[in-house]
Ligand binder design. Structure first.
Ligand code: FMN
Length: 320
């Protein structure tokens, strides 16, 4: 697959990887509406090597474009897991250098690599050399306000063959606090030739417009705003590239979307695990609707699929 083809439809709109959220059933739901591409949840290179085929299938499900995000700190392990993914059918490998979570950072992985440019670039180079498919990379602005080194890193990543960058416009020390500074990355157009996506706090079409203008990015990557709204990326794609206003689905349609997503999740993980995973999605789908908190309490107290289906049906019926 050619990375360039992702830009054929105009401005690309990517679903951001979100561990524990953007699993195969969620990405299937988003892809049914439309998105340029969706990225798998991150997976540690060690886990991939240990259980390669099963992990790959679990990560990619029925995605149309299979982008697998790998995370780790050992160049050899990262390269090996990239190769395994390629052999299993991945279209693109994405390297995680943005995750701020302590457990990951303490392992010198994710955003910790921003503090170690030499290792970061060695990982990028080793992974690029290990596969024939395109390798992309997701990062933050730097470790903290005093060490925003994304410009120098971007330049080095391009040199070793990284084909696209996604940049969450925060530092690691900001975690998810404050606001993403889209304008910070605008001078990347003068530093690198590879495309880059702007990411962080983009919630709607207006944010997309402003973020693209301020960042001069080639496309956008959106995460949290899609929770409970798997149709959002398609609305943005249509509006920005065709000028079409696509209305949000009616509540009746939202009910159908939610139920299909729920059943896909149960099929994918099995009843018990699937229900545990899906509970948060009930919260997100119902967010902003009257009586949502009572609805969530009731759902969270039940372990019975049939009763949950009835609760959901009644809740949506009451809103018609
Ligand atoms: C629950 C959750 C899980 C995440 N998991 C990942 C991940 O696996 N890999 C990654 O690169 N970023 C991960 N992120 C970061 C998002 O991809 C994204 O950069 C961040 O949420 C900012 O974008 P947004 O404001 O559009 O959500 C995660 C974010 C959240 C909220």
């Amino acid at each position: 697959m050619k990375l360039k083809s992702l830009f054929d439809g105009g401005v690309p709109v990517f679903l951001a990887p979100m561990a524990g959220v953007t699993d195969a059933p969620f990405r299937k739901t988003v892809n049914k509406f439309g998105a340029t591409a969706t990225v798998s949840e991150m997976v540690s290179c060690e886990a991939l090597i240990r259980n390669s085929e099963k992990t790959f299938r679990r990560l990619t499900g029925e995605s149309n474009i299979k982008i697998v995000q790998i995370m780790g700190s050992d160049p050899k392990c990262m390269a090996e897991s990239a190769k395994i993914n390629e052999d299993n059918g991945a279209d693109i490998i994405d390297i995680n250098m943005g995750c701020p979570v302590k457990k990951i950072v303490n392992n010198n992985s994710g955003s910790a690599l921003l503090k170690n440019e030499k290792l970061a670039v060695t990982i990028a180079e080793t992974v690029v050399k290990s596969v024939k498919i395109p390798v992309t990379l997701k990062m933050r602005l730097g470790w903290d306000n005093e060490s925003k080194n994304f410009r120098s890193l971007a330049e080095q990543f391009e040199k070793v063959g990284i084909r696209m960058l996604s940049i969450h416009c925060r530092t690691r020390s900001q975690m998810y606090g404050g606001t993403a500074d889209w304008s910070e990355i605008s001078d990347l157009t003068e530093i690198i030739k590879i495309p880059y996506l702007v990411n962080g706090d983009i919630k709607n079409f207006n944010d997309v417009r402003v973020a693209l203008k301020r960042s001069k990015a080639n496309g956008v990557m959106i995460g949290r705003a899609t929770l409970g709204k798997p149709w959002l990326l398609n609305q943005i794609l249509q509006k920005i590239n065709q000028g079409n206003d696509v209305p949000s689905p009616s509540l009746e349609q939202q009910y159908e979307i939610l139920m299909q997503h729920f059943h896909d999740t149960l099929d994918f993980y099995g009843m018990e695990h699937g229900l545990r995973i899906f509970r948060k999605h009930f919260c997100w789908y119902s967010s902003g609707m009257s009586g949502a908190s009572n609805f969530r309490d009731q759902i969270n107290r039940s372990d019975n699929i049939k009763s949950i289906e009835k609760l959901v049906k009644d809740f949506y019926k009451n809103h018609h």
